[in-house]
Structure formats: structure tokens, C-alpha cells
Design a protein around this ligand. Structure first.
Ligand code: IPE
Ligand code: IPE
Ligand code: MG
Length: 243
């Protein structure tokens, strides 16, 4: 079933995407991996635009994992250059379109100039409401969870937190996603069916959709198809189903 989305389905409030398959896209064409990453940026642009057109309020995209630092130095360098290019060329447009940009991840490993661009973009777009775009960069969910635990232990040792007050809610409030609802739909491209250390806490009841499309080929149509698939799921949250 393809075509435009009907109004009968519910729109997920938060779509998270693991953008995978740039390297394979390039390899299939006899091109260097970086060519795939470059094409991948165009898919990011298309997808942000599509989410905005569809009226999805939250979109979170996995751009670079804490484990991706293990890639060859040259590839990491190229990815950072592309990130600079994306931030430099896209922020004005995002702002014009009412997009609020947030970045989650370990900023201490990113170059100073990139961190400055991120901070400026977050400040500039803070008041925007059209679409909440979160990009995960140098992000690892286990690290995020360990950091939240460390912070709570520190607060407890300083007498500012009673161990009884360590709850799901207070713990969520120490995660990088504290201002963002949990994803309703997680989409991963390229046929891989794994989470790769993305949003482990937040995905507890997220619907997972895996598609074979390689990220550089991803279009609005693929996003609409995934939303249709999402609409066929019966979200039970451990209770009794509605169908
Ligand atoms: C996703 O594409 C982009 C990043 C992880 C930065 P890959 O680079 O992982 O592409 P494949 O999985 O090797 O095809
Ligand atoms: C996950 O993709 C990270 C991003 C998409 C940024 P990877 O390609 O790094 O994941 P693995 O290595 O296949 O699990
Ligand atoms: Mg990959």
C-alpha cells in the first residue's frame, strides 16, 4: 500500500531514526564510503522536511555513535567535515522553517568549533515550535545512563537526593532527552535489525520498524510507509490489546 498518508491513522508524536547504510550505498557504486555519507546528508534534509510537512512534532536522528569513533581516522575526519558543512549550510534554513535543533551526545569528544556551532544553533532555534529535531552525535545510550546514575549518586552524597526518590521519572529527568517524550516509532534503514546503543532507556515501549532501504535512498515515501506500518501495530504496554 503506497501513496499519501490518510488522515485515519494516528501520527507518531516522536519518530527516531537510525540512519544506516551509507557505506554499502557507496560500495555498491564503487565509490568511497564518504560519497555515501555525502548522499546521506541529502536524505537528512529530505527527511526533516518530510517530518515537518507531515506534522510530526519530534524527530530524532542518530548521526554518529560513541562507537563510531572506532572507525578509521580518515572516515571520522570526513564525517566531522560533513557535520561542519551540514551545520553551516542548514541552520538558517532550519530556523526559517521553525525547527528547534537539539544535539545529544558526548560533546567533550567533538571539536571546539563544532561545539560552538551546536551551541549557537540551539540558542538561535530555542523558541521554534514547528518541529523538534534532535541529532545524536557522539551518542551512546549506556554512557548516557551511566552519567545519569553518577549524577544521582553525587546528589545523594551531597544530601540533595533521598535514595527513595530515585524513580523512573527522576531518572528520566537526568537523561539527555529530559525535555523530549519517548519515541513512538523507531526506524532503522539498511536491513540491520539492532539498536546499536541508541536510546536504550527511552525505547522501552517504542514500535520498531526495520526497512531494507539504504539511508541515502530514503525518501518521504519510506517515512510514510513506516508510519502506516506503525498504525497497524497494537500498542499494549503490557495490558490487554484493543483489537
Ligand atoms: C550510517 O552509515 C552512517 C554512520 C554510522 C555515520 P554507515 O557508515 O554505517 O554505512 P554501512 O552500515 O557501513 O553501510
Ligand atoms: C549506528 O550505525 C550508528 C548510526 C547510525 C550513527 P552503525 O553502522 O555504527 O551500527 P553497527 O556498527 O552496524 O551496529
Ligand atoms: Mg552501519
Amino acid at each position: 500500500m503506497q501513496g499519501t498518508l490518510t488522515t485515519t491513522g494516528t501520527l507518531p508524536q516522536h519518530v527516531a531514526i537510525i540512519m544506516d547504510g551509507n557505506g554499502r550505498w557507496a560500495k555498491a557504486r564503487g565509490l568511497p564510503r564518504t560519497a555515501g555519507h555525502r548522499k546521506g546528508i541529502e536524505a537528512v534534509r529530505r527527511t526533516v522536511e518530510a517530518a515537518r510537512e507531515l506534522g510530526i512534532p519530534y524527530l530524532t536522528m542518530f548521526g554518529f555513535s560513541s562507537e563510531n569513533w572506532r572507525r578509521p581516522e580518515g572516515e571520522v575526519f570526513d564525517l566531522m567535515q560533513l557535520l561542519r558543512f551540514y551545520l553551516r549550510s542548514e541552520i538558517a534554513e532550519l530556523h526559517k522553517n521553525g525547527v528547534r535543533l537539539r544535539v545529544i551526545g558526548d560533546r567533550s569528544r567533538l571539536s571546539g568549533d563544532i561545539v560552538t556551532m551546536i551551541e549557537n544553533a540551539e540558542e538561535l532555534t530555542r523558541g521554534n515550535r514547528e518541529l523538534n529535531l534532535t541529532i545524536a552525535l557522539s551518542y551512546g545510550a549506556r554512557q548516557e545512563i551511566a552519567n545519569a546514575a553518577r549524577q544521582m549518586v553525587r546528589e545523594a552524597l551531597a544530601g540533595r537526593l533521598d535514595p527513595e526518590d530515585v524513580t523512573e521519572e527522576s531518572f528520566s529527568g537526568r537523561l539527555l532527552t529530559r525535555d523530549i517524550p519517548d519515541p513512538d516509532l523507531l526506524l532503522r534503514t539498511s536491513g540491520e535489525q539492532r539498536i546499536s546503543n541508541f536510546l536504550l532507556w527511552q525505547l522501552a515501549y517504542t514500535e520498531l520498524v526495520f526497512v531494507d532501504t539504504l539511508w541515502p535512498d530514503f525518501t518521504k515515501r519510506d517515512l510514510e510507509d513506516a508510519i502506516r506500518e506503525f498504525n497497524q501495530r497494537d500498542r499494549r504496554y503490557g495490558a490487554v490489546g484493543t483489537r
